[in-house]
Design a protein around this ligand. Structure first.
Ligand code: ZN
Length: 179
């Protein structure tokens, strides 16, 4: 396994619609392992393939709390098949937009079908935190970032601050979760 470099704004790879995985291969399984290791190292609770420069529809996440045992998910070709009408707000961050956070409103529950690393099909009912994380990561596969839900003024400000935070090495003082 290997820790991969994380792509950050304004890298244009974060704005590309990724291709579906046609056939799940050993190479994909290796990439998913590397993505999980990179995510835990960052640390983050979710990571999508384009965030490490892999332009295919794959993501990893782990919604476990700190005192729970790890619950790693490896997700290929996810499709949201249902979204609740009810919306909820969560303070989101992103490994590709370092140290910036904003309250983002999304459906509180979704159903998602996907393939696991063996190519087997699954469908999960996600709600609460898991629903937020999975929607944030699927957005990445379509070139969408959480700041896109904000006004353009606010979006530009957060992206600029993120670029600055990379040149200065300030410590991560916030308790919010990075996806
Ligand atoms: Zn993100």
């Amino acid at each position: 396994m290997a820790i991969l470099p994380i792509v950050t704004v304004p890298d244009r790879r974060l704005r590309v619609k990724c291709d579906p995985v046609k056939e799940v291969t050993d190479a994909h399984r290796r990439q998913l392992d590397d993505m999980l290791e990179t995510m835990y190292d960052a640390p983050g609770v979710g990571l999508a393939a384009p965030q490490v420069g892999i332009m295919e529809r794959m993501l990893v996440l782990d919604p476990a709390e700190k005192d729970e045992k790890p619950q790693p998910y490896k997700i290929i070709n996810p499709v949201i098949t249902w979204s609740s009408e009810e919306l909820g707000s969560y303070n989101e961050g992103c490994l590709s937009i370092p140290e910036q956070y904003a309250d983002i409103e999304r459906p509180v529950a979704v159903k998602v079908k996907y393939l696991d690393e063996t190519g087997k099909a699954h469908e999960i009912d996600a709600d609460g935190f898991l629903a937020t994380v999975i929607q944030h990561e699927i957005d990445h596969l379509d070139g969408v970032l959480f700041v896109d839900y904000l006004s353009s003024l606010r979006r530009n400000m957060l992206v600029k601050k993120a670029q600055k935070s990379q040149s200065s090495s300030s410590t991560n003082s916030t308790a919010a979760v990075t996806l």
